[in-house]
Design a protein around this ligand. Sequence first.
Ligand SMILES: [Zn+2]
Length: 169
Amino acid sequence: MPFAVTHVLTAIIVIEFLREYLLKDKKNFPHYFIIIGGIASLLPDIDIILYYILYAFFKIPQEAIHRMLTHSLIWPAFFLIGAYYAYIKKNKKQLNLLIVITIGITLHIILDMITGYVVPLAPFSQQMFGLNLLPDSQIGRSITLGIDAIILIAWLIHEEVKHQISKFV
Ligand SMILES: [Zn+2]
């Protein structure tokens, strides 16, 4: 199960790359949208807070809540519909923002699907999908920590090469 850091870093890196290398008109895509994308990538795990509350009162197990409704593809679809309306209204900034949120949430679901299982079609179907490459175990957590470190270092190298961040430290 990926840590919050993996989710945020993956979203920030993907969105920044898209902004940096694909987008020509950066005027309607301010830098802080990347941070919003990172925060959006954490949203599906809001069910962990819900789990703590429900467990405290009703002793409901984590498997009954986590990676279900909040990890459904209905959320990115919802923001994508919003993006479509922004596109029709020709509001480029709003369009970019909604796409960034869609990417953040979708990346979270994909990552969770690679490392474990999610219920992407909740509430319409309870079918679980996932490769479960990193089961929630001691080894799984160690590998996740290693992946975190590799992603972070790769991103720092990219930032150094591209923007020379060490000048600001
Ligand atoms: Zn998750």
